[in-house]
Write a new protein. Structure first.
Length: 369
């Protein structure tokens, strides 16, 4: 089976998810991956990342509108390139504004398209113009849809975007950023807490500020809040607390691994969540995770021995952090995980769903190749 994975974002989790999925599919017996990324994708600067179908995208709203203005030419050009690459199926790794152009080119070539949906609804603070209306059009026209949590899958059903037998749930595999770091607390200092990601209202930064303010008299910890977002009262409250550092900045891909390695525990104080990419990455790196019990985080973290879940309010979050402070030094190091093996298992599961959903066409063409 020849599988094209595309994701045309320039920064963040989307291109990394696509590249990780392509690498995993290449290790599934009987499968071959092709990868399509934006020419401006940050991840292309990393060694070993190849791109079989580079795409010129955009860097601002006028650029996006210009791409739409030449849509007929774009679809025609994509259609010709797809006919040369000859994928049996194409997978959108994370929806973006231009994906309807790829879908049109795929359907012109009678190639089935699968869309992986990370969020069924926009989070408070999301500011990408028309992202959700375009995603819903894409999902409605796709041949199959993948959700990364049952929480998102149920929401897609409620929205009428899931067809019977064409909606699959795939657990979010862990991103990997090089060799496993030393075990938590191996540095011999204070417990290092990290809250990392987009600094938006749904991330519960106000809950974190209130919880840490109550925790402040307890010695032996420090907290970094790292990510990009608008300045807010919650960030100001966090900055004012002792032992807390706020870094409101974009974190390049090459820094993420070192950031996770610095931490002993990741804190996810979310008010709502589809699922998290950082939670499985943290667990795969042997880190503790303290998380609120919301959305898809429940199914991701329930039963994980290094995860502490609490209700989404400040007193419960304070209690969870106190529990971590008391127990973390006495917990043995975790058995090492191999994130690549987890990705390969997920890729095999996904391709199994696809073969069954599109049989006999895809299965037959894969045998012929």
């Amino acid at each position: 089976m020849r599988v094209l994975i595309w994701q045309w974002g320039r920064r963040g989790a989307g291109p990394r998810f696509a590249a990780s999925l392509a690498d995993a599919i290449d290790h599934v017996q009987g499968a071959e991956a092709l990868l399509s990324l934006s020419n401006g994708a940050e991840i292309l600067a990393e060694p070993g990342i190849r791109c079989d179908l580079p795409i010129d995208t955009y860097s601002n709203v006028p650029g996006l509108l210009a791409r739409f203005a030449i849509a007929p030419l774009t679809i025609g050009d994509l259609s010709k390139k797809l006919s040369m690459l000859r994928p049996d199926v194409a997978i959108c790794a994370m929806p973006g504004p231009l994906d309807l152009l790829m879908l049109a080119a795929l359907h012109r070539n009678r190639m089935p398209a699968v869309v992986i949906v990370h969020d069924a609804d926009a989070h408070p603070g999301d500011d990408v113009p028309l992202l959700m209306p375009l995603q819903r059009r894409l999902t409605r026209r796709a041949d199959a849809v993948v959700a990364l949590s049952s929480h998102v899958a149920n929401r897609l059903r409620e929205q009428g975007l899931a067809r019977e037998g064409r909606l699959f749930v795939l657990p979010h595999p862990p991103f990997f950023y090089g060799p496993p770091p030393p075990a938590p607390l191996a540095h011999g200092g204070k417990l290092r807490l990290l809250c990392f990601g987009r600094l938006l209202p749904y991330k519960g930064l106000d809950l974190l500020a209130a919880a840490v303010a109550s925790l402040a008299p307890v010695p032996g910890w420090e907290l970094r809040v790292v990510g990009s977002g608008p300045e807010s009262a919650a960030l100001a409250a966090l900055r004012a607390l002792p032992s807390v550092a706020v870094e409101n900045r974009w974190v390049p891909e090459h820094e993420v691994g070192a950031l996770i390695a610095w931490a002993d525990a990741l804190v996810l104080p979310y008010r709502e969540a589809s699922q998290s990419g950082i939670a499985p990455a943290a667990l795969a790196a042997g880190r503790f995770v303290v998380s609120t019990r919301v959305g898809g985080l429940i199914e991701q973290l329930q039963g994980e021995p290094r995860a502490l879940l609490c209700d989404p309010d400040a007193p419960r979050l304070t209690d969870a952090l106190r529990t971590l402070l008391a127990t973390a030094p006495h917990r043995p190091p975790p058995a090492p995980r191999d994130p690549r093996a987890v990705w390969q298992d997920a890729a095999a599961l996904l391709l199994g769903h696809i073969r069954r959903a599109f049989a006999p066409d895809v299965a037959a063409s894969a045998v012929l190749r």
